[in-house]
Design a protein. Structure first.
Length: 455
């Protein structure tokens, strides 16, 4: 029988929530460093004499490719090593690389620095999510994960608002030269100021967080062969689920990348006006979707995995008409509202997307399974989403006056129904009765259903 008193339990709960809050700050910081470059395209092009193609390589292709390449090796380390140390090292590396972006003098310097940012950032999600899975009970894990998944929206907003403020401040009053380097342009200071806080955050993680995994519970000794065996045993439901989430990532990235341009073309707005209108919609929809999904699952009863996938399917049903019809609406305010509903539902799905894997994957393989999900989402979603919209828009240009909005609707028609069907296929295998009745068949079903505990 436990002898812990109420005050001790409250202290333990407070200490455990420190993990979620601190990891959310780290993840937010990674998105600040990742997206701040989008503000600085024009001054970087002018200073380094770059083409649009080179900017595209630096912002997109190089980042996605090296993020993917580094994710599985770093996830393997997370399954075997001390995760707070790994996370602290990743934060320190990507922060240094962000600051080095500000010291770049040509295309290759900037490209290599961005590759460093991408590779280091890929190590955070698997390590943080698996550490939270070892820290929280099922209900609190759902809530902690929803808080963690707020980071993309917080980071994007901070990058836009904070980066713009720093750029304007330096432009108005030039800052002093750095000894040994000399005076810097405004865009260079933005990179340096964006990267500098990460060094302090890395030190805080190293000092405050302890590895919850003990020798008794076992650091992972799972080999690559065991990972392959696990994936081969029941790869169909696992890949159906992962591809379903990747399709939602594809739609989400397509909307975030192209809705502002669609508003400019359809309504003759300038970039500043679109930012003031679309930025709050993006932030509010993302926050409500992510936190709302966590709150709903936190009050759910029954198996966490099946409850999560069912809610994801419901969100997909709501997102479909909003994502298809929204871009075609003539009224700016109604269009933003309907597109906001689509973003809210996509954010809810993405906020829940790692939860089933945290329960289904065996502990020795958990980080690598979630890294696999991140890899597929990066290749299909982040890599293809904006590209497919652009290609479709070009192809439809001779048939539609607003080909970009048509392309956005076509992407929604192609992705959301398929995602819904794939989630249904995965749900049949994830169903608690199936997992309970077929434990001998599969490594995937070797873990009993995880009920959500009563308050």
């Amino acid at each position: 029988m436990s002898t812990s008193g109420p005050s001790t339990l409250r202290q333990q709960a407070g200490a455990s929530w420190l993990v979620a809050v601190l990891f959310t700050c780290c993840f937010t910081l990674s998105y600040v460093d990742r997206h701040v470059i989008s503000l600085l395209v024009e001054p970087i092009k002018s200073a380094l004499v770059l083409s649009d193609t080179q900017i595209g390589v630096i912002q997109g292709l190089s980042f996605s490719v090296f993020y993917v390449l580094a994710s599985l090796p770093l996830a393997h380390l997370s399954d075997r090593g001390n995760r707070p140390r790994i996370i602290a090292a990743c934060i320190a590396v990507w922060s240094c690389m962000t600051m080095l972006c500000g010291l770049a003098v040509n295309f290759w310097h900037l490209l290599l620095a961005r590759i460093g940012v991408a590779a280091a950032e890929s190590g955070l999600p698997p390590a943080a999510l698996t550490m939270m899975a070892d820290t929280y009970d099922p209900k609190r894990l759902v809530r902690a994960t929803s808080i963690f998944m707020l980071a993309p929206y917080l980071g994007g907003a901070i990058a836009l608002v904070g980066g713009g403020a720093i750029y304007a401040a330096v432009a108005q009053t030039p800052w002093p030269a750095i000894p040994g380097i000399g005076p810097l342009d405004s865009w260079q200071w933005v990179f340096i100021m964006a990267g500098a806080p990460g060094m302090l955050v890395a030190l805080i993680v190293l000092c405050l967080l302890k590895e919850p995994r003990t020798e008794a519970s076992g650091k992972s000794d799972a080999t690559v062969a065991e990972l392959v065996t696990f994936l081969r045993t029941d790869w169909r439901p696992l890949m159906a689920y992962i591809v379903a989430t990747a399709l939602v990532v594809l739609l989400f990235n397509a909307q975030v990348a192209w809705v502002p341009a669609a508003l400019m073309r359809a309504h003759g707005m300038d970039a500043h006006t679109v930012g003031l209108l679309f930025g709050p919609v993006f932030l509010v929809a993302g926050a409500i979707g992510t936190l709302g999904a966590g709150m709903i699952l936190g009050k759910a009863r029954g198996d966490v995995v099946t409850s999560t996938v069912r809610l994801m399917r419901l969100c997909a049903l709501v997102a479909l008409p909003a994502a298809v019809i929204g871009p075609q609406i003539a009224s700016v305010w109604i269009q933003l509202t309907v597109v906001g509903v689509s973003l809210l539902c996509s954010s809810a799905i993405l906020g829940m997307s790692t939860v089933p894997l945290q329960f289904i994957a065996p502990k020795p393989l958990r980080a690598r399974i979630m890294a696999l999900q991140g890899l597929v989402c990066a290749l299909i979603g982040t890599g293809l989403g904006p590209l497919l919209v652009g290609v479709l828009s070009d192809q439809l240009d001779t048939f539609a006056s607003q080909s970009l909005t048509v392309a956005l609707s076509v992407i929604a028609v192609g992705t959301v129904p398929l995602s819904y069907l794939l989630l249904g296929s995965a749900l049949r295998s994830f169903d608690s009765s199936a997992r309970a009745s077929r434990p001998e068949r599969s490594a995937l079903f070797s873990h009993p259903p995880v009920p959500v505990p009563e308050e």
